[in-house]
Design a protein around this ligand. Structure first.
Ligand code: PLP
Length: 392
């Protein structure tokens, strides 16, 4: 193992999340400390010349960052991890690390919108071509691969439309063509989908979501397999990336309760999804773990659980009625994030940016994040929304 965590081998995932990184704390204090550091002093000229002390400069790592990065690498099952100031910065850093001018990247059409914006903006300016493929069709990956394709980017499930991708099949095709596979693994939090066991080379998360878990800071993370770690680490260091110590601390603190939080998000999420399925106003529920829902077969094969984010499609109706539904909700807030303790509802319109061939539903798509409130209260809140909708 790359990390100093042999003592965790053989322990179950929940135990690892609670125990990992403790070797970085001192004086018997259970949590590793928050080190605010730029300058790190050397004890002598000889030590300075030897340059082999574990900490040399703030950006190059502190006990706070190492405790967090080791814990995430362990969670993801990868070789090593680096953290970034946001999830989007994590995605951008992967593109910067693994793509050069003249390269091509193949991106799932279901990708988080700013991933696409980055491809159309910065990547294009750098002479890197991006094309998009149907997330549900590995044949589309095969057809989209070019001689200069260096990276296939996946997001599973898509964080607005919830397509589950056949990651092992995509990884096989990509590797045969000499391309790497990166996954935006934010939905599963690295807990319910093991990217490296399914053929990915790189697993990215907006740690902002479930790892932080309390909607109070931004964080990204990139975990890489052993073969490709040196290239990523070098690019990360050249770009001067790091993250703030207080936010790193909050992320590690969030991870301690990840297992128990996700269990509740999953249970309540599924209960609300089932309930929505029985509503006349709803034409489709997009929850990968819901029997018979799109992607459920792949989810059953590859995932060990589900988190609290899913979507549903309203039967076609007037905008004023959709607005009445949303405005009547009091427990579900309207906001563009997810993964925290609180429930959220947001209308989504993916038709403005993605291909019509991969999203063909009529009716308003609404994304829900099911938080840690009592599920009966949440159903009552949604019921009030439907009542307001009927009266509008
Ligand atoms: C799937 C997914 N990936 C990446 C990100 C970006 O994360 P951040 O907001 O921390 O930059 C988000 C944020 O919503 C997301 O939903």
């Amino acid at each position: 193992m790359h990390r100093d965590d042999e003592h965790l081998a053989g322990l179950k995932p929940a135990t690892r999340l609670v125990t990992s990184g403790r070797q970085y704390s001192d004086h018997g204090i259970v949590s590793p400390g928050v080190f605010h550091a730029s300058t790190i002093l050397y004890p002598s000229a000889a030590a300075l010349r030897a340059g082999n002390q574990p900490y040399t400069y703030g950006r190059k790592g502190t006990p706070t960052s190492r405790a967090l990065e080791d814990t995430i690498a362990l969670l993801e099952g990868g070789h090593a991890c680096k953290v970034t100031p946001s999830g989007l910065a994590a995605i951008a850093s992967v593109f910067m690390a693994f793509l050069d001018t003249g390269d091509h990247v193949l991106i799932t059409d279901s990708a988080y919108r700013p991933t696409r914006t980055l491809a159309h903006g910065l990547l294009k300016r750098m002479g890197i071509e991006a094309t998009f493929y149907d997330p549900t069709d590995p044949g589309a990956v095969q057809a989209g691969l070019k001689q200069n394709t260096k990276l296939v980017f996946t997001e599973c499930p898509g964080s607005q439309t919830f397509e589950v991708q056949d990651i092992p099949a995509i990884a096989k095709l990509a590797h045969e063509a000499g391309a790497l596979v990166a996954l935006d693994n934010t939905w599963s939090a690295g807990h319910f989908f093991k990217a490296f066991e399914h053929g990915c080379d790189i697993s990215i998360q907006a740690a902002t979501k479930y790892l932080v878990g309390h909607a109070d800071c931004m964080m990204g993370c990139v975990t890489v397999n052993e073969e490709h770690w040196p290239r990523y680490k070098q690019a990360y260091e050249e770009m001067g990336l790091f993250a703030g110590p207080d936010d790193m601390y909050l992320t590690l603190r969030g991870i301690r309760t990840l297992d128990v939080r996700l269990e509740r998000h999953m249970k309540s999420g599924l209960a609300v999804a089932e309930w929505l399925r029985g509503r006349d106003e709803v034409s489709e529920v997009l929850h990968p773990a819901l029997p018979g829902a799109p992607g459920n077969d792949l989810w059953k094969r590859d995932f060990t659980g589900a988190t609290g984010l899913f979507g549903f499609v309203m039967k076609e109706t007037e905008q004023t009625r959709i607005d009445a539904f949303l405005d009547a909700l009091s427990l579900f807030g309207m906001g563009y994030s997810w993964g925290g303790f609180e429930s959220l509802a947001i209308p989504c319109d993916v038709t403005t940016y993605r291909s019509a061939t991969t999203w063909d539903r009529d009716g308003q798509l609404i994304r829900l994040h099911i938080g840690l409130e009592d599920v009966e209260d949440l159903k009552r809140d949604l019921e009030a929304g439907f009542t307001a909708m009927q009266q509008a």
